[in-house]
Design a protein around this ligand. Structure first.
Ligand SMILES: Cc1cc2nc3c(=O)[nH]c(=O)nc-3n(C[C@H](O)[C@H](O)[C@H](O)COP(=O)(O)O)c2cc1C
Length: 169
């Protein structure tokens, strides 16, 4: 049994407050690499990434979401896209993007970073692509805000296991 994997799954929390310490390119690449080791249908790997550490672009992106305070306070962002030209099935490719994102969150945790998956910004997909200089072949799936956590006291809750298991036949 690999307890470390279970520990990471259970201990990961969304981190929304970051210190001012920057996040090195090597760490951002490691997180992206972990994302790419997620499963994808037919192993088509439709994900594409843009990492951002420049304060001006972070600020422009922050203005596209009601979670501006989180984005503005993050020293790094990774935007995840699906490349429409590489997709073969809308649902399955989006599922792969979800798996990729969870890998990235767990990798951030393993690297002592904190991260939060930001979805609300999808309401402004066109603006995000314009800011990042991308055409709409790149379909925004999420922006992950990253940095060193100011603390790790975040709490979260889950429904009881009996509430989510429909049946055990
Ligand atoms: C699809 C998706 C979209 C999300 N969008 C946002 C968001 O826009 N802003 C935010 O603060 N958190 C966002 N989250 C994080 C969730 O709020 C968080 O995962 C949930 O409350 C459970 O907390 P935990 O991750 O600490 O366990 C999103 C998570 C997912 C999976």
């Amino acid at each position: 049994m690999n307890q470390a994997v279970l520990d990471a799954i259970y201990q990961r929390r969304s981190i929304r407050e970051f210190t001012e310490s920057s996040v090195g390119q090597d760490l951002l690449r490691e997180i992206i690499r972990a994302g790419t080791w997620a499963p994808s249908g037919l192993n088509n790997q439709p994900w594409r990434f843009v990492s951002v550490t420049g304060p001006a672009i972070i600020s422009d992106l922050a203005n596209q979401t009601r979670y501006a305070h989180i984005v503005k306070g993050a020293p790094a962002l990774i935007a995840l896209f699906l490349d429409r030209r590489e997709m073969y099935n809308e649902v399955k490719d989006q599922q792969a993007a979800g798996a990729c994102l969870q890998n990235m969150l767990l990798a951030a945790e393993a690297l002592d970073l904190g991260a939060v998956w930001l979805g609300e910004i999808l309401n402004r997909k066109e603006e995000v692509n314009r800011i990042l200089g991308l055409d709409m072949n790149y379909d925004l799936m999420a922006v992950v805000a990253l940095g060193y956590p100011t603390h790790r006291r975040q709490k979260s809750q889950r429904k009881k296991i009996n509430e989510v298991i429909i049946n055990e036949l």
